[in-house]
Design a protein around this ligand. Sequence first.
Ligand code: AMP
Length: 124
Amino acid sequence: MASIFTKIINGEIPSYKIYEDEKTYAFLDINPEAKGHTLVVPKVEVDKIYDLEDDDWNALWASVKKVAKHMEEVTGRRVVMKVVGTDVPHAHVHLTPLSETWEYGKTLKLREDEFEEIRAKLAF
Ligand code: AMP
């Protein structure tokens, strides 16, 4: 069965898309640790990030850099990143613009219009 992220990439489940290219897809995390918390995901469905083939690995980290730099430029904030992978078995990297309220693992509840406003600011 396809992972929830594959369904997002294929448009079967909605997402707040920030960025997409041939090999990667980036969208807002639905349980954000701060406004702008984004997941960057390889389009190929591989569970553990260290099992990615080199070309997918390189494409993923190139997109992480691109998205983080863009996010820093737009928000004016330092962007922190983490790889966890305890929840969804499809490799992904978390990117979060630091805010005063940011706390590792603590999440915000945002309304749909708030997600949409953030998406509109960050998408490129
Ligand atoms: P982890 O596998 O521990 O790195 O965490 C997976 C992340 O995916 C969590 O932060 C979830 O909030 C996020 N997540 C799960 N389902 C969705 C979804 N449908 N849209 C956006 N983010 C999601």
